[in-house]
Ligand binder design. Structure first.
Ligand code: ARG
Ligand code: ZN
Length: 878
């Protein structure tokens, strides 16, 4: 059943105070809840429906009097009370079974510990409550458990009491002074070790920081702790936001549906997003830990102190917080690279979502299951929307807007409109048209043409914007799109003079502008342009849009080699590669000999010879667009030819290596890191570039594959080991492949997170029968369907990271995925619905169209579909 934003109603009752008492046992847990209910001012309701699912109600009392049958009603989703006074105290006791909770939502067991995940609607599986974010309550939590098995008992806020109990049990009490919605509640009980540090806030308060892990992982917490301290300082410096309690806890758990969760002062993390060591974590992994630790920390203000009124407003906290963590990462490392990564994610996966059957606005209008809306659109496009406000206002006015937002709404549950209002009110900039970004789905397209008038020395940019129809939204209105740009001449970027702008304006950088596109069609005229320029468009990925401009290959080369904007250089190179790969596909289809664009090869040679170029940037510029990116682009032109894309890409890799072998080998040698491993930008850049070179070289044959074998032996870190193993497995002889994989497993079988990466690497191999390999991996003792990280590493990686395997012609890949979804539908609906996403793209694949759709239809016909799976299946078939 769908619910709609337009039907939002405030709650009839509020819950100013919540007292919970947990008794944790091996077979079950008892939850005694005491709720102080107060009628909302303005409401005249006397009845109330509380949420509750999978609960066994053992006792219920109102104002201290036990209720009897008929005085309340219970069904499988709620508890209804009638005849209520203005304020009442409700007491309930419920029995729950965390041990059997395979959905990992609510209170559940991960290995030997109890933990919780309540966002979005998991709290209702713990006790009867108003499980909605606009009901904020002050919680106090008492936890009783066996002392030996669960010496550590944690919840939100401050620990206020502890005592011993009979039967070798103990009790701890936690009180959180900040009112919060139930989705931010957390509880942890286990035999955990911890590392501890302190942070002194800008006003001089000392905060204790603790990271709780299993004893064996104590040595892998340093990086997360440093990241946390950096994030705390950054939020003070950039946003003026200080931490507000004396303690901040992080707990790592192995079984977790997502990356991490920002529960007030008790963040819970997937081990894969918190533990880090050179032997078990790649460079990319180190960066991921830093950014997710920061993301969850930043939620303390953007999410917890100011939260969402309802779940349609999810992007209020997620879009803003992703923007905040992206800027943090950009400030900590290389800004251009961060923009390249984020633009790639948006263009590959978010654009596909926006163009598919599940397309929805940043602020959705309706949903069946909110868990399905933790999407790239809400998170990443939402962040891009906040970034555009930042661009339109400039950093100072944006900061003033965020100050006003936090001041105005501290302690409240608010909407995306409230956020934009604060930005508008503090800056005076009219953002009324801009708000369409929150309500309109689909990826806008800018069709741009340039017109140079040599006599008048003018250059005109004609811009047309459009946006394709999306489900339920046939017609689209023009958006406000900040288009960052420059003009490239023979000797570099030209000074810009826009008609209508005061001449010789005093801008520090006179070669860069942000044009405000806001109509269906408009033109911008540059005057005093001495030569015909090449426009450098959408610099820094200034808006989440597609740009069409009829660049010649020479134009793209010029931008790639000489533009003043790092992102634009990379982007031009990607466009040149996309064209070249498209040509290879055409040649292949027409049965012609394949010939890679020599201009591209020359340009890449130039990059390899340029010793001034930062290695990380060179690595990004040398990498070919991924198969999924190419498929997304092709989905518009009649559908993606998965085999053709793969073949073209492999041919291009070989051709580039063949032409530039000496350069690649030279850069590989020059970039090898000989110092001891450290996850710092300078080393990461060199490792990335060396491994990109190695992966090209490996296409050349045995001698080059041997380089990988040597690297695997010599490496002191996982980044170099996995890169080498991937190459050996993909390009080596069968015996070499199997022995390298086996040895790696024997060396690392004791490290779950390394084994997961080993599984993932194999799920993505394209040699031999990939599906057969994936089936075998699922039989491996290291695999279990009960752990989301393992399922993602094998099933998820196969379905979204191995296009030729997944889309094999006989449709067996689709049947395989459908089968897994069918099993997980009951056990873990959130995981099942997420795994399903690659199948929903069936319209993008001419060859797979029928078989993909048929698999979805088969799933649609199953009895007992969870709401999660039902929503994805039914919408993708509609
Ligand atoms: N708020 C968490 C994060 O961004 C994600 C929680 C997702 N939960 C869910 N049920 N989908 O940071
Ligand atoms: Zn978040």
């Amino acid at each position: 059943k769908a619910i709609y934003l337009k039907n939002y109603q405030p709650p009839e009752y509020l819950i100013p105070e919540t007292r919970l008492h947990f008794e944790l046992h091996e077979e079950f847990a008892l939850v005694h809840a005491t709720l102080r209910l107060a009628r909302r001012p303005g409401s005249s309701a006397t009845s109330l429906r509380l949420h509750g699912e999978d609960l066994e109600l053992l006792a219920i009392a109102l104002n201290g009097r036990a209720l009897v049958d008929g005085e309340y009603a219970v069904d499988d989703a709620s508890l209804t009370l009638t005849g209520l006074a203005e304020t009442v105290e409700l007491q309930t006791t419920t029995r729950i079974r965390p041990q059997d909770n395979t959905a990992l939502e609510g209170l559940y067991k991960s290995r030997a510990m109890f933990c919780t995940q309540c966002e979005a609607e998991g709290f209702r599986k713990i006790t009867y409550f108003l499980d909605r974010p606009d009901v904020m309550s002050v919680f106090s939590v008492t936890i009783d458990a066996d002392l030996e098995r669960y010496p550590v008992l944690l919840s939100n806020g401050n620990r206020t009491a502890q005592s011993g109990l009979a039967d070798a049990r103990h009790r701890v009490v936690w009180e959180d002074p900040f009112p919060k919605p139930a989705y931010l509640f957390a509880l942890v009980a286990g035999d955990l070790a911890r590392v501890e540090d302190t942070f002194t806030t800008m006003s001089g308060r000392s905060v204790v920081l603790r990271i709780y892990v299993e004893e064996k992982d104590l040595g892998k917490c340093d990086h997360a702790m440093q990241s946390l301290k950096h994030a705390m300082r950054w939020d003070e410096e950039v946003y003026g936001r200080e931490y507000d309690l004396d303690i901040f806890n992080i707990v790592a758990v192995d079984d977790f549906n997502m990356g991490a969760m920002e529960n007030k002062s008790l963040n819970i993390f997937n081990t894969s997003c918190i533990l880090a060591s050179p032997e078990t974590t790649t460079d990319v992994g180190f960066e991921r830990v830093e950014s997710i630790v920061a993301h969850e920390y930043f939620h303390n203000w953007s999410g917890n102190r100011v939260t969402c009124r309802d779940w349609f407003q999810l992007s209020l906290k997620e879009g803003f917080t992703v923007f905040r963590d992206a800027e943090f990462s950009a400030d900590r490392g290389a800004r251009d690279l961060k923009r390249i990564e984020d633009a790639t994610l948006l263009r590959t996966a978010q654009f596909a979502e926006d163009g598919g059957p599940m397309a929805h606005p940043v602020r959705p209008d309706s949903f069946i299951e909110i868990s399905n809306f933790y999407t790239l659109t809400v998170y990443e496009k939402g962040a891009a929307v906040v970034r555009m406000i930042h661009t339109l206002l400039g950093p100072e006015r944006f900061r003033a807007g965020s100050d006003l937002y936090f001041e105005r709404h501290d302690g409240q549950a608010v909407t995306c409109d409230d956020f934009v209002d604060a930005m508008q009110d503090s800056s005076g900039v009219d953002l009324s048209q801009f708000r369409r970004w929150y309500s309109q789905a689909g990826t806008p397209e800018l069709a741009i043409s340039g017109e140079y008038d040599a006599d008048a020395r003018t250059f005109a940019l004609h811009v047309t914007q459009s946006c394709p129809a999306t489900p339920g939204q046939p017609d689209k209105l023009p958006l406000v799109i900040p288009l960052a740009m420059g003009l490239l001449g023979d000797a570099g970027n030209l000074r810009l003079q826009l008609q209508g702008e005061p001449a010789g304006s005093e801008l520090a950088d006179n070669t860069h502008r942000v044009l405000e596109v806001n109509a269906a069609e408009q033109s911008f005229l540059f005057t005093d342009v001495p030569e015909k320029p090449v426009p450098s468009l959408l610099r820094g990925f200034s808006a989440p849009v597609r740009v069409r401009y009829d660049f010649s290959r020479e134009d793209l080369c010029a931008l790639m080699m000489r533009d003043g904007d790092g992102f634009a250089r990379w982007d031009a190179g990607q466009q040149l590669m996309v064209q070249a790969l498209g040509n290879l596909q055409t040649q292949r289809r027409d049965g012609e000999a394949l010939a890679l664009d020599p201009l591209l090869v020359d340009a890449l040679g130039g990059l390899l010879r340029d010793e001034q170029l930062e290695p990380a940037v060179a690595a990004a510029m040398l990498a070919l667009p991924g198969e999924n990116t190419l498929a997304e682009l092709a989905s518009h032109a009649g559908g993606a030819d998965v085999e053709g894309i793969h073949a073209a890409r492999e041919h291009a890799r070989g051709a580039i290596a063949g032409a530039l072998g000496d350069e690649l080998a030279g850069v590989y040698r020059r970039c090898r890191v000989s110092e001891e491993y450290a996850p710092v930008g300078e080393q990461i850049g060199r490792r990335t570039l060396a491994n990109v070179c190695l992966s090209y070289l490996a296409t050349l044959g045995e001698a080059q594959v041997a380089l990988a074998a040597t690297q695997l032996e010599a490496a002191d870190n996982l980044t170099d080991r996995l890169a080498a193993l991937q190459i050996l497995a993909q390009y080596g002889e069968a015996s070499q492949r199997e022995s390298a994989l086996q040895r790696f497993y024997d060396d690392w079988s004791h490290e779950t997170l390394v084994v997961n990466q080993w599984l993932q690497l194999q799920a993505m191999l394209t040699v031999g029968d990939s599906l057969e390999r994936v089936r075998a991996l699922m039989e491996h003792p290291a695999f279990t369907l009960d752990n989301p990280n393992k399922v993602r590493a094998v099933v998820g990686a196969f379905a979204s990271g191995n296009p030729t395997g997944f889309h094999r012609a006989d449709g067996a890949g689709y049947g395989f995925l459908g089968g897994i979804v069918e099993i997980l539908n009951r056990r873990n609906p959130q995981m099942a619905a997420r795994l399903l996403v690659p199948l929903t793209k069936w319209r993008n694949y001419p060859a797979g169209r029928d078989a993909m759709r048929e698999e979805l239809q088969r799933l649609a016909a199953l009895p007992d579909l969870s709401p999660d799976v039902y929503e994805v299946v039914s919408k993708s078939l509609a």
